[in-house]
Design a protein around this ligand. Structure first.
Ligand code: 1HE
Length: 270
């Protein structure tokens, strides 16, 4: 399958630290600061937020990747100037706003990972819905070495992927996980040969874009919130979300298509 991406126009084209292109229902957002290993400056975080809230109407799924040798080297350490406590909180909250737009925005996002996925780069990846690691990928949380703490939602999202004990290990000991180890502990769901993560991420995003929008909405918006609820609250929320999804015209059409033998079956892969 070949997907031809065209450069975005207008506001999206004006964001100089992101290279944004579009192909039908897909958007590709590439971090475009390779000279600084895609380190997340305040401007890059703000541009990411702007891009995500301004995705064109027809976009149904997105891919995030990084230009150059590494996905992302985390927080731009050169900007870590002296801040008072309130300034530090506001800076962290700015990251939260941007990464919340990733996790709870309009469309599912697939991260195409390669090279360093470290610190804030791992926090960024954790806010995406599906992560593909190629063989060059490695994961680390060097905040402890830098004398700081995670501030981009890592303490909330990463334990949900790999558990508190593993995150504690990474932060205290500076442990670096390979692509394979990252997949084993839940940091990525796919492991592909070096250089293949973008192709795989686009393939997955293309498939995601064919789902009923209400199903994707339920997975993105309801699933993580249900996971945070008690069993009885979760079951109730699930029943509401299921009823909403089932009652859409698109669900009715898709169910009828299967019963009329016009829809694909679920077959074993390979
Ligand atoms: C940077 C950054 C950065 C590179 N902030 N400028 N993150 C870290 O602790 C990771 C720090 N970076 C690295 O360990 C390495 O740069 C890499 C392993 C990612 C890449 O190594 P390499 O040999 O390919 O590149 P390099 O020569 O180290 O870096 C190239 C340039 O990018 C260089 O600048 P130059 O002006 O000398 O060319 C580096 O200074 C610059 N650079 N990484 C600023 N991170 C919300 S809280 C989140 C907290 C965190 O993310 S903490 C983790 C921070």
């Amino acid at each position: 399958m070949t997907t031809h991406f065209m450069p975005a126009t207008g506001l999206l084209a004006s964001l100089d630290l992101l290279d944004i292109s579009l192909s039908g229902p897909l958007a590709h957002l590439r971090l475009n600061r390779p000279a600084k290993r895609n380190a997340l400056s305040d401007t890059l975080i703000q541009q990411l937020h702007t891009a995500l809230v301004n995705l064109p109407e027809g976009v149904r799924a997105a891919v995030v990747s990084g230009e150059g040798e590494h996905f992302c080297a985390g927080l731009d350490l050169s900007e870590l100037v002296e801040r008072d406590v309130a300034g530090g909180v506001l800076h962290s909250r700015m990251w939260h706003a941007a990464f919340d737009q990733l996790q709870f925005g309009r469309v599912p996002v697939v991260a195409a990972l390669h090279g360093a996925v470290v610190g804030g780069g791992l926090e960024l990846a954790a806010a995406c819905h599906v992560r593909v690691a190629d063989d060059s990928t490695y994961f680390a949380l060097p905040e402890g070495q830098r004398g700081i703490f995670v501030g981009g939602g890592g303490s909330v999202r990463l334990p949900r992927l790999m558990g508190v004990a593993r995150m504690t290990d990474l932060m205290l000991t500076g442990r670096v996980l390979s692509a394979q180890e990252g997949v084993q502990v839940g940091l990525a769901q796919y492991h592909v040969p070096a250089g293949q993560s973008l192709v795989k991420a686009i393939e997955l995003a293309s498939r995601i874009a064919t789902n009923a929008p209400m199903s994707n909405f339920a997975v993105m918006q309801a699933l993580p919130r249900i996971a945070d609820q008690s069993q009885s609250e979760g079951l109730f929320t699930e029943s509401l979300m299921a009823a909403v999804a089932e009652s859409t015209a698109e669900a009715q059409d898709r169910l009828r298509a299967f019963l009329d033998k016009r829809a694909g079956k679920v077959l074993k892969q390979g």
